[in-house]
Design a protein around this ligand. Structure first.
Ligand code: FES
Length: 129
């Protein structure tokens, strides 16, 4: 089996509760792998409101709710869908093959307010080459 270009292994699908999420680390970036209603998502594991882990929040449909103050985010786009957060979070493309979850670290650098995963990984590559 070949890993698609740009994708890196994140975890096994069985490690992620459904509905629920699992925090994984890509270098210094925390990513939440989320399962809900048969879908798998990958989001930046940091609430854009006060920077706590979203992987500890509740998942329902395509929404994750922050446990701290209740902000909701669309798992597909990263857009805030419930206050108090007003800034989006980064989302990443996911592929599940043979029970393994792969995340594309470069495909969807989104519009989050913080430096995104793709940018961080690119900087690290440049620093080591
Ligand atoms: S820290 Fe997430 S809603 Fe406040």
């Amino acid at each position: 089996m070949t890993v698609p270009d740009g994708f890196r292994q994140a975890c096994l699908l069985d490690e992620v509760p459904e509905p629920g999420s699992l925090r994984v680390e890509f270098d210094e970036i925390d990513v939440a792998i989320v399962r809900s209603d048969g879908a798998v998502y990958a989001i930046e594991d940091v609430c854009s409101h006060a920077e706590v882990a979203l992987s500890e929040g509740d998942v329902e449909g395509a929404t994750i709710e922050c446990w701290m103050h209740g902000s909701c985010f669309d798992l597909r786009s990263g857009a805030p869908t419930g206050p108090p957060a007003t800034e989006p979070i980064d989302v990443f493309d996911v592929q599940v093959t043979d029970g393994v979850v792969y995340v594309n670290a470069t495909a969807r650098p989104t519009f989050g307010s913080r430096q995104n995963l793709a940018a961080v990984l690119k900087q690290k590559e440049q620093a080591t080459s």
